[in-house]
Design a protein around this ligand. Structure first.
Ligand code: AMP
Length: 565
């Protein structure tokens, strides 16, 4: 590594970790990746969006507090539905998951601009390694809606590996175990600095910390005889909130959940055995991707030199115990699992910007899923899947396979590109499909289909007819499926019209939201106390004296922290 002194370019590239639960921004400055704090001075911005009572949009901590008090106007964990048709109705607004992600990215962009003192327009954004092509396209689209050009999508575990490699500078084989809020990724890589080589990436796009919270919530409601359909939305949201907090404080041996959000004080004791039975099905799902990643990397657990844990859910002692049991050793835990991905994304941004301090680092990544086309392999006309690029091939890569037309008078060939690991295309994910005209010759013709996959996950398909020499090139459409230019523009216009809550008053708005949530979740004397704080803060706000407001806000924030609200 070279000397880190260099001048910051006018508009630095941001590194963004757009998480299911929390999002973070980092920037490369003076030879190192630095986290950027939001308007509240915190580096974690909850990926939560709420429509305030006046119709303005709130993102982050204030929105998170409103999950309990205004569940019908607030949404979290929408990254889980990125790439689906799901729509969220919040008050008078309707949003797609990528529009909500755009609102989070917009808030992060504002925070970065406030910190850097200049506009920013480009970013490296991390995505789960196992995100599909469509989910990646939607992430790029969300960034565009927020006014950010994506310079590169980096896989989350790879970003973590990069931050870790820069920090530790070791030569070793490592497994990155990344359990976030909504996704699980396993990556096996090797450091031979300056080279970081990813050997295999696998995962489960539908397993994360939120599932552990949901399993606890279901078990607790079962034991209390509560049914979601008969509960008030606010009470249900308040219970979810309490269970999330409870999960974080549980420890290994269990604890007792106390909740009175529907007016009736209740207790739910949970011991180690009970926790094990509630979470056993989820913990069991962790095993298969680990085995597959090691198999694809042709390594046994013994041949690994180290384990790195990434993602907030790896803070759970039960997850740490399972990892220790599976690998027979303790994982490294000295880098913060919440922030490491954003730091790695900023390091990758520095690489892109050819920063002198990091220029030497070379990262090779893999395509985490198999890509191929539909064919009538073995005479199966219902759509067999013929792989062209196998999963965990190092990228960039270019691979070719020979196919044949099915009958002599055929006038065109349909190339349907799929990703997945199942033998029939109906069980895999359609990426794109197009027709290539064919000059009938009265004979079966042979064609070579070449897939070229670049470092950003962009796929090009070239078809060459061997007998005629005729060639056809096709870049896979980068716009999200079902979104034509008009739909994109409509999305842009709708978001541009939204009133975003002003950043400078966000700390006050956040405290009000927290006070309201605390009021709702408390009873008796504590509720009276919180009521008096709420009135006091409203009075200070009405006085419009900035120093008084700041002093009171800080005091009340600490008081709420002490009461664990
Ligand atoms: P991430 O997407 O990496 O921010 O991960 C967020 C997930 O980590 C959420 O599901 C949280 O519930 C979970 N999480 C964060 N901190 C803790 C903790 N101390 N104990 C258990 N789970 C946690």
């Amino acid at each position: 590594m070279q000397d880190a002194s260099f001048s910051t370019p006018a508009a630095p590239l941001l590194g963004i970790d757009l998480g299911t639960t929390n999002s973070l921004i980092a920037v490369w400055q003076q030879g190192e990746a630095r986290l950027i704090a939001n308007a509240l001075g915190e580096v974690l911005t909850p990926s939560v969006v709420s429509v305030d009572d006046d119709g303005s949009i709130l993102v982050g901590q204030a929105a998170r507090a409103r999950l309990a008090t205004h569940p019908e106007r607030t949404v979290a964990a929408f990254k889980r539905f990125m790439g689906s048709d799901k729509q969220y109705v919040l008050g008078e607004h309707r949003f797609s998951p990528e529009e909500l992600s755009a609102l989070v990215l917009g808030a992060l962009k504002q925070d970065a601009e406030a910190y850097l003192g200049c506009p920013v327009s480009e970013a490296v954004i991390s995505v789960p390694a196992y995100f599909s092509d469509e989910q990646r396209k939607r992430t790029v689209f969300a960034a565009e809606l927020a006014g950010l050009k994506v310079q590169r999508l980096i896989n989350e575990p790879t970003a973590a590996a990069m931050a870790y490699g820069l920090h530790e500078q070791k030569c070793e084989r490592t497994l990155v175990f990344d359990l976030g809020g909504g996704t699980f990724d396993v990556t096996v890589l090797e450091y031979a600095l300056p080279l970081i080589e990813v050997h295999a990436s696998t995962g489960d796009n539908y397993l994360g910390g939120e599932d552990f919270t949901e399993a606890l919530l279901q078990a607790c409601m079962r034991d209390w005889g509560l049914k979601p359909e008969t509960m008030q939305p606010q009470a249900l949201a308040s219970l979810s909130d309490a269970v999330e907090q409870f999960k974080r404080e549980l420890g290994e041996s269990g604890a007792t959940l106390r909740w009175s959000g529907d007016g009736e004080p209740r207790e739910w004791p949970v011991d180690e055995l009970k926790l094990q039975s509630i979470w056993a099905p989820l913990l069991a799902r962790v095993r298969a991707p680990i085995e597959q990643a090691l198999r694809d990397a042709r390594l046994s657990p013994r041949e690994l030199d180290s384990l790195v844990l990434v993602g907030g859910a790896t803070r759970m002692p039960q997850v740490q115990q399972l990892v220790a049991k599976l690998f027979g050793r303790l994982p490294y835990r000295h880098l913060d699992p919440d922030t490491i991905v954003a730091l790695g994304a900023a390091s990758q941004a520095a690489c892109k910007a050819r920063d002198a301090a990091i220029d030497e680092l070379i990262l090779t990544d893999v395509c985490p899923y198999t890509l191929g086309i539909a064919s009538s392999r073995g005479g199966d006309v219902t759509g067999a899947f013929s792989p062209i690029i196998e999963r965990n091939t190092i990228i960039p890569t270019s691979k070719v396979q020979r196919f044949y037309s099915t009958h002599a008078e055929q006038k065109e060939v349909r190339i349907a590109v799929y990703q997945g690991e199942r033998p029939w295309v109906r069980d895999n994910i359609l990426v794109d499909s197009f027709d290539v005209p064919l000059r009938p010759t009265g004979e079966i013709q042979s064609l070579d289909v070449r897939f070229s996959y670049d470092i950003n996950g962009l796929l090009e398909v070239d078809v060459t007819f061997i007998e005629s020499g005729q060639k056809h090139s096709h870049s896979i459409d980068r716009s999200p499926t079902g979104l034509d230019a008009d739909a994109r523009q409509a999305s842009e216009q709708r978001l541009a019209k939204l009133k975003i809550h002003p950043r400078d008053t966000l700390p006050n708005r956040t405290l009000l939201a927290r006070l309201e949530r605390a009021w709702m979740q408390s009873l008796g004397d504590e509720r009276e106390l919180i009521s008096s704080w709420l009135d006091a803060f409203n009075q200070v706000l009405a006085g419009q004296q900035a120093t008084d407001i700041n002093r009171e806000r800080q005091a009340l924030s600490r008081a709420l922290d002490d009461l664990r609200y």
